[in-house]
Design a protein around this ligand. Structure first.
Ligand SMILES: Cc1cc2nc3c(=O)[nH]c(=O)nc-3n(C[C@H](O)[C@H](O)[C@H](O)COP(=O)(O)O)c2cc1C
Length: 334
């Protein structure tokens, strides 16, 4: 059994006076690789938005980006819990970087309240990591967390532009949600992102109805499905929050305005770690007297057209992989 207390002391000594996170992480990986018997990969994946990006490591070249929820690393990142996999073949969705790896341990690293990344160690032996190894390596990560939190710049700092562009690239339509309701504070942030969308002549001619009441949501799902010529149990795919966007027909740009509100809200949901999907047929719903009366009950007046439902919730399962972007859709005139 490895002496993890000594390993933690070695880590402290190695990092004493070191100011750069790359140096800290590289030497941590080297220390583990050099000390622990029967391992073939030791290193870090670091948080970048809703994905993990390859950090310092020792071993064979590895997968560069792992979305939260995918494979052992992505699952540990999403749950923020250590995962020990005695046999990687038994782990559904395991991402194989080295065919000889048989067992794996992944430990989340948090600095402050933020998920910094994960420590990932692979072994060519089955069942390499005992409960004592798990405890010892968690202590190692605690030591590392305290070293990282002392650094003046512990986080790799992607530019604001990178964060926005990654959010746009990585958002996907989610079609499997968990039933838990996200906190109100996150729902409010998503709605606020919609309120800041551009609008024709700045008239802000849109309205958002935020549905979190399960009874109302379930009835709306039945109504929505009745306008769809596809058999479905739930056209909202289990999402617990339905943000219905409507546009005021008085404004000639109401459809564009409402679509931008939808787009902003879907991006905000992704940026906040939630999933979303645009579900259509809000137009048909809000032609029904039942829902026209609902709008009248708000006392806002006007002629409102349903534009879309931004269905929001926690993603159940891995993030969908994006389709390839179709070619010949951009033309420059220079
Ligand atoms: C105007 C509009 C209506 C949509 N309606 C539905 C819908 O009713 N049901 C659904 O499952 N997805 C719907 N979507 C989602 C699209 O199918 C999805 O955006 C598309 O497949 C691309 O996938 P991505 O969002 O992951 O990039 C809609 C999207 C848009 C923009």
């Amino acid at each position: 059994m490895s002496d993890y207390t000594f390993l933690c002391q070695q880590l402290y000594s190695l990092c004493d006076g070191v100011s750069g996170r790359i140096s800290v992480l590289s030497n941590s990986a080297a220390l583990l690789y050099d000390t622990l018997p029967d391992i073939n990969w030791a290193g870090f994946y670091l948080t970048r938005g809703n994905t993990l990006r390859l950090g310092p490591f020792i071993g064979k070249p590895a997968c560069v980006e792992i979305p939260f929820g995918r494979g052992v690393c992505g699952t540990a990142a999403r749950s923020r819990k250590t995962i020990v996999v005695p046999d990687v073949h038994d782990f559904p969705g395991h991402i194989a970087c080295d065919a000889v790896s048989r067992s794996e341990i992944v430990i989340p690293i948090t600095v402050g309240s933020a998920l910094y990344g994960v420590l990932d160690i692979d072994s060519p032996l089955t069942d390499r990591f005992s409960p004592a190894d798990k405890n010892g390596l968690e202590a190692f990560v605690l030591t590392l967390e305290s070293i990282l939190s002392e650094l003046s710049d512990p986080f790799s700092a992607p530019s604001a532009a990178d964060i926005v562009l990654d959010t746009i690239r990585e958002r996907r339509s989610i079609r499997r949600f968990k039933p838990e309701l996200p906190p109100r504070e996150l729902i409010d942030k998503i709605i606020e992102a919609g309120l800041y969308a551009p609008s024709g002549r700045g008239m802000q001619a849109t309205m958002t109805i935020a549905v979190t009441n399960k009874e109302f949501r379930d009835r709306l799902a039945v109504v929505n499905a009745s306008f769809w010529n596809v058999e479905t149990d739930d056209p909202f795919f289990g999402a617990p929050v339905i943000l219905i966007v409507l546009g005021n027909r008085k404004r000639p740009t109401y459809l564009y305005d409402g679509s931008l509100v939808m787009g902003n809200m879907m991006l905000a949901a992704h940026a906040l770690g939630l999933g979303s999907v645009w579900i259509h047929r809000a137009k048909q719903e809000f032609e029904m007297p039942e829902y026209k009366d609902l709008i009248a009950s708000f006392g806002v007046g006007g002629d409102w057209e349903g534009i879309g439902h931004c269905c929001v919730g926690y993603v159940d399962g891995p993030m969908p992989v994006p389709a390839n972007r179709r070619k010949n859709r951009v033309f420059f005139i220079e």
